[in-house]
Design a protein around this ligand. Sequence first.
Ligand SMILES: [Zn+2]
Length: 419
Amino acid sequence: MKWLYAALFGLGWTLQVQAGIEVSRVRSWPSPERTRYVLDLSAAPHYQLSPDSSPGQVLVDLPDVPVPGTLALHAAGLVKTIAFDPAGQGSRLRLDLSAAATPVVFLLPPAPQHPGYRLVVDLVSHDQDQDAPAPALANPPLPPSPPSVSTAPVEHNDKPPVAAHWRPVVVAIDAGHGGQDTGAIGPGAIYEKTVTLAIARSLREQMQGVTGLQPVLTRDGDYFIPLVERREIARRHYHADIFISIHADASPSRDARGASVFALSLKGANTATSRFARALAERENQADQMGGIKVPSHDGVLANVLADMVVEGSLEHSLHLGGEIIDELKDFSPLHAHHVEQAGFAVLKEPGMVSLLVENGFITNRKEEHQLSDAAYQAKLAHAILRGVERYCQQYPLPGSYFAWQRQSALKARTAEAD
Ligand SMILES: [Zn+2]
């Protein structure tokens, strides 16, 4: 369970008491829709939007962040004054506002271009809020990382609704294997676990720039996570809508090549759509044994999960999403299979999420091993998956999402034209 503490620590829920988390910088981005403050921190803090907050004053309790010594604090946008007030061992961030705003507070884990933790305080202007009485993000699912947080705010020409008006589609990106479970190993000694993490991180980075999508990683380092826990993290912790497990394929034949996309099999682990898919599922399912976990086979559980997925339509949607991703991959990767294959992947057995497993190519193929370990190629694979996700979200917009709003606006525009 050590990994779990590690994961929770990474999410700011450490069970240990940490003392003396430092704030190294406070940045701000005012825009007409919102004022954003970002605190750069030395570790993941506990944080809470204080119930003492009022429409004119936002208070964020930081019990393990002492009042910073010298720090440049600038009023910007809706904020008239910003200060850290002492509170017990820690501090309380105080933002006095010039106009009422809805606060949204969340923590971002380290990213390639941002090695530290960032606490984001968004103040969504009420002017923007008039015709949306119930901001979806006022009580954000933990811990959201909306688009464009790792860089300066995105400039919108066509003025999309403010974040408070829609909820992001949460995409859990699952880098296969990790820690003692290396996954497949290529002839040039490249590990699958390394390749999957690199692609996952690239996908997250690119997805952060897309309005309406919120990427989260199930693992962001070289450690082992049991398959069932990956789904738990995605579903119960992040409330993910989409789950994409990233892998690289292996074959005894060094000539085997190409990417493929898999969804969970309707018929269970023993009747996959092809013998190839079944063998692959068996291999990927071994990850838990590699990690030292004994997993009995759960045919009964699988049957129930599948029944749930069918009822909710998430399996059908997984096939739609997979089709979009294959469409993107085929432009540059020889496809190992031209349709979404289905097999009993343990990591995909979660009702309520549109779930896919992407094999990004064969690590056992010398040429593809070389490509898979190349940052530019990893980014290309990630981009293909991202485009697939975007197209899927546009075609099947989740109610309340940015994509649903986009479609509605387009419909309105068309109706207006018709009038
Ligand atoms: Zn794998």
